[in-house]
Every structure is written in structure tokens, then in C-alpha cells.
Design a protein around this ligand. Structure first.
Ligand code: UGA
Length: 344
């Protein structure tokens, strides 16, 4: 099978390409990204063909490879809440406009698209568990610009679904729920305060800066270890019996639910237990901050977010295996290993 991955150097992309190259000797991957810092060793693998470049410029290369490949995964997107508030037009342009063009080419060339939707499309849904085919998708007012990402992704989901139900496109939409793991975010993005919460907190611990609990940290997330997420994605790509055709599938770990306040406490404990930091003279304080001050007026939080994963269980025969503390420990250890020197 030939797979085209746009954004292959991203968090999901590079973990996926490494797994494909390790486990699927007869699969070939074609990838594009702006940089190579995450993909590393994969670059030397003859089954991986990579072009360093921008998807908004290298349009001919993309069209040629859409024609050539069997499955297309457009993973390029801005996916950090701080950016939704600071650069909503940039989010719309990249996340929606660029990607809808790729989707249209998949329609034109009759190619299967495996597309990243997001847990954010459920927004402030009040269901205890979010169901792919039943839950309402709830967003806030326009002045709360945070919702632009959710809306871009939701409209893409709807466009893809409409092509699919009219027989013009074979698709699978997957919705990652707060995947974490090695190389989620860099130390540089954390220094600007624009990392996802787990890597932001680990970076604060490393930099000896306070850990900020936005609005007291009562928001809850279900953190999913990336290896579990990638296992589900592999099954979606395999698509045995065509079970994933035109399906939307949550990929998350409902057992790993915790509040942001609990998260801060666990990460601080894990950091203090780490062999390189047991003797540190000071540790980060955990403080409270308002959302307006931390993110700005355009932000609005999401207080609960738990996936229902019956579809992933039944369609894919998949079950997440890695518990919360282990997921956090693995993420913390790798972040420290990769960024310790730079932090000093
Ligand atoms: C994220 C991002 O939108 C995407 O990466 C993705 O689509 C989705 O979730 C996902 O991974 O499923 P969110 O979970 O809100 O959204 O993003 P985080 O930045 O990780 O924030 C989680 C929570 O921690 C928020 O309630 C935020 O207010 C809080 N937070 C964040 C803090 O309390 N302190 C911080 O320093 C950073």
C-alpha cells in the first residue's frame, strides 16, 4: 500500500511513519513537511520518500502523489489553543482552506482519505461521553475566537461526510482525544506558552517557572498515550473488511480522565522523583490564573471531554492499554531527555 502523509514531521505524522516502517514491510510512505526535526532516522529508509516543503507551494508534487498513492492523510494543521485566539485567520487558512483543496483532489482521483478530525468538534457538549454519531457539537459565540478551530474541523468533517454519502469519496475521520507522548511540543513553543497542557507543565517544571492552572484547573481531559493512538490508526489504515469505510471514530482513553489541577500535581511528583531532579533546590509552584490573563479575551474553556470508544472497540478490535501515570511518565522522561541540555 502507498500512503501519502502531509505533515509527516508533526506529532502524529512522525509516530505513524515510524510504526509503518517498523511493522509493514510492504507499505511505502510519501511525506511532506516544512521540517525534519522529528522524523530523523526514517529519512534514510528506502520505503520513505520525503520532500521538505510547504503544502501551499508544492501543489504539483501533492497532486502527483495523490494520484500515485492509495490512501491520503492530510495531517497539516495548527492545533494549539493559543494560536486559535492569536491567529484565527491563519488557523482558518491552513486548517480549512488548504485541507479542503486536498480533500477535493481525493474526490477527483477517487482516493481514500483518512482525515484527522478532533475532540474539539464536540466543544462544550454536555454528554458524559462524546458519541461520534449522536452527540451535539456545541460552540460558543463568535467573539470567542477559540472556536474557529473547532468550526473549521467540523465543516471539513461535514464536507467529507457529504462527499462520502454521495459516493464520491471513501473516508475515515478519526478524532484524537488529547494524545500525548514524546515530541508532542518543543521547549521553544513552551517558552512562548503555546504548548499543549502536558508539555507546557513539564517545560515549566524544567524551566523552574510557575505552573499556571487556568481558572483553577477544574477542566478535565482524557489523556491518551500516542502509542495507543497509533495502534488504532494502523487498524484504520489496514481497514480489514472495509469496516472503516465512511466512519467517524473517536480515539481516546476514557479511563485516563483527570483534571488539569490533578495533572499538575502528578507531573510535579514525577518530576521530583526523576533521578536528574531529585536534588533540585527549588521546584515550580502551582498557581491559579484567569483564562483572560493567560489566553486573552477570545478564549473559552472546555470543561469536560470524554470519548465514547465503542466504535473503535467494535470496528477496530482496539483497546487503549497505557494508563494515565505511565503515559505522563513516558512523556515527561522523553521531554527531559530531549530538552534538558537546551534548558540549561
Ligand atoms: C487541544 C487542542 O485544541 C488540540 O491539540 C486538539 O485538537 C485537542 O485538544 C486534543 O488533543 O484532543 P485542549 O485540550 O483544550 O485542546 O488544549 P490544551 O492546551 O492541552 O489545554 C488543556 C487544558 O489545560 C485547558 O483547559 C487549558 O485551559 C488548560 N491549561 C493549559 C492550563 O490550565 N494551563 C496551561 O499552562 C495550559
Amino acid at each position: 500500500m502507498k500512503i501519502l502523509i502531509l505533515g509527516v514531521n508533526g506529532f502524529i505524522g512522525h509516530h505513524l511513519v515510524n510504526r509503518i516502517l517498523a511493522e509493514k514491510p510492504d507499505w511505502q510512505v510519501f511525506g511532506m513537511d516544512l521540517g525534519t526535526e522529528r522524523i530523523g532516522a526514517a529519512l534514510h529508509n528506502p520505503r520513505f520518500n520525503f520532500l521538505e516543503g510547504d503544502i501551499s507551494i508544492n501543489k504539483e508534487w501533492i497532486e502527483y502523489h495523490i494520484k500515485k498513492c492509495d490512501v491520503i492523510m492530510p495531517l497539516v494543521a495548527i492545533a494549539t489553543p493559543k494560536a486559535y485566539v492569536e491567529d484565527p485567520i491563519g488557523v482558518y487558512h491552513l486548517d480549512f482552506e488548504m485541507n479542503v483543496n486536498i480533500v477535493k483532489q481525493c474526490v477527483k482521483y477517487h482516493k481514500r482519505v483518512v482525515f484527522p478530525s478532533t475532540s474539539e468538534v464536540y466543544g462544550a457538549c454536555v454528554d458524559p461521553e462524546f458519541d461520534e454519531d449522536e452527540s451535539y457539537l456545541v460552540v460558543g459565540p463568535i467573539r470567542k475566537e477559540r472556536w474557529i478551530y473547532s468550526c473549521c474541523k467540523q465543516l471539513l468533517d461535514r464536507v467529507i461526510y457529504a462527499y462520502g454519502t454521495r459516493g464520491s469519496l471513501e473516508f475515515t475521520l478519526f478524532r484524537p482525544f488529547n494524545w500525548i507522548g514524546p515530541r508532542l511540543d518543543s521547549l521553544d513553543t513552551a517558552k512562548e506558552g503555546s504548548s499543549r497542557v502536558v508539555t507546557q507543565f513539564i517545560a515549566e517544571l524544567l524551566l523552574k517557572r510557575p505552573i499556571n492552572l487556568v481558572d483553577g484547573g477544574r477542566q478535565k481531559r482524557c489523556f491518551t498515550y500516542v502509542d495507543d493512538g497509533i495502534s488504532a490508526l494502523m487498524k484504520i489504515l489496514e481497514n480489514n473488511g472495509n469496516v472503516c469505510a465512511n466512519q467517524i471514530i473517536n480515539i481516546g482513553n476514557p479511563e485516563n480522565e483527570c483534571s488539569v489541577k490533578e495533572l499538575a500535581a502528578v507531573l510535579k511528583k514525577l518530576f521530583q522523583e526523576h533521578p536528574d531532579h531529585q536534588q533540585d533546590s527549588v521546584y515550580s509552584d502551582i498557581i491559579e490564573i484567569s483564562a483572560d490573563v493567560y489566553y486573552g479575551k477570545g478564549y473559552q474553556d472546555i470543561y469536560t471531554r470524554k470519548p465514547r470508544i465503542e466504535k473503535a472497540r467494535t470496528l477496530l478490535g482496539w483497546e487503549p492499554k497505557i494508563g494515565l501515570e505511565e503515559s505522563l511518565r513516558l512523556t515527561l522522561n522523553s521531554f527531559l531527555e530531549e530538552n534538558q541540555a537546551a534548558a540549561l
